[in-house]
Design a protein around this ligand. Structure first.
Ligand code: FE2
Ligand code: FE2
Length: 355
């Protein structure tokens, strides 16, 4: 554990956040009804069974560490969100083993569905453990929505594959032409329309999804087919954040009124998709590119995050394993998220050239 990490955990989130916030923002926070609060976010642990009670140790350790560190936060976060892909191939032993590790969390935990949890039995066992695939709740003046954004076309789901195992394997590949684009789907869009109908447009809205509710790179399913339909329903709100897992890397973006933030994986990092270099309109406006994953460092670019909710905006503090922590915060002048605190450029792990 580096010095900065130890200091950070000892000092806790309140001291860190207070040090970062300009006074005017704090005043603004008191003028609004929403209380400032924090929550923690752990995602994409991909717990994978090898055989019997043997699991991939490195993935286990990534999740265990996130749980242990989240439990050390002072002040305590109000809740924890798990952002999906708890399991690797959606099996009961994997979901059970992951659930057992998550049960060590000392906080209320909200669960998001990932495709690796879903495509073996279409979420049946996950539901036994955690209940609804999509739902909403209110907390301290903020409306939170949890979506299952990883469903796909019925034909692909029900007619294409000779077995559930094959279906799971096809969806588990990153760069697989046999896959199918993720979506939220009509039933959930109808539910969301109704859910948001009674919410005042001044109320901050935070959406938790697994796939990004934007179109980043279709080839890798960093993609939601009906993203625009969801964005349309969110349009009338003044402050909206979408927080998503699945991409295993730090991304942020601003589309109209909606700020997008990804969270990291506790298991492994994905590289940036090639589209980052190609289509500016699809890109998060990155102020600081992420370090490339170092293949000789098994923990590089993985970790977990805690979030500070203030004045209806979400700032993310990324707790990077084996690197300096990083903060992506709302820039009120630019009206978009940007990197606020990150590793010194001169002290970086050498980047890989990947395209
Ligand atoms: Fe994942
Ligand atoms: Fe995923």
């Amino acid at each position: 554990m580096s010095n900065s990490r130890r200091d950070f955990l000892k000092a806790g989130s309140a001291a860190l956040v207070a040090g970062m916030l300009p006074v005017s923002l704090v005043k603004l926070a008191f003028a609004e009804s929403a209380e400032n609060f924090t929550f923690a976010y752990i995602s994409d642990s991909h717990i994978q069974q090898i055989k019997g009670s043997k699991f991939v140790r490195n993935w286990d350790q990534g999740l265990r560490r996130a749980v242990a560190e989240a439990n050390l936060l002072t002040p305590k976060p109000d809740f924890v969100v798990f952002g999906g892909d708890l399991a690797q191939l959606g099996s009961k032993p994997e979901l059970d083993h992951g659930a057992e590790m998550l049960s060590a969390l000392k906080y209320k935990t909200y669960m998001v569905m990932g495709e690796h949890d879903y495509y073996l039995d279409l979420g049946e066992y996950w539901s036994k453990l955690y209940g609804d695939h999509f739902y909403s709740f209110d907390h301290k003046g903020v409306h939170f929505v949890v979506l299952n954004s990883i469903i796909t076309y019925d034909d692909w789901t029900y007619n294409r594959w000779e077995s559930p195992e094959r279906r799971m394997n096809e969806m588990a590949g990153l760069d697989n032409p046999n896959g199918s684009p993720f979506m939220v789907g009509k039933a959930q869009l109808d539910w969301l329309r109704k859910d948001l109908a009674d919410v005042n447009s001044k109320t901050p809205v935070v959406v938790f999804s697994h796939s990004p509710i934007q179109k980043i790179y279709r080839g890798w399913n960093f993609w939601t087919e009906d993203a625009e339909d969801v964005q349309k329903l969110l349009k009338r709100f003044r402050k909206v954040n979408v927080i998503y897992g699945h991409v295993h890397q730090i991304q942020y973006n601003q589309i109209g009124n909606i700020a997008f933030n990804s969270v990291m994986s506790t298991a492994w990092p994905w590289p940036y998709p090639q589209s980052y270099a190609l289509a500016e309109s699809h890109l998060p406006i990155l102020t600081v590119p992420m370090n490339r994953a170092d293949p000789f460092d098994e923990r590089d670019a993985t970790g977990w995050q805690f979030m500070n909710m203030h004045t209806g905006r979400v700032d993310l503090s990324y707790n990077l394993y084996g690197n300096d922590n990083r903060t992506v915060a709302w820039n009120d002048k630019q009206k978009r998220p940007e990197d606020r605190a990150f590793q010194d450029e001169d002290a970086r792990v050498a980047p890989q050239t990947h395209y």
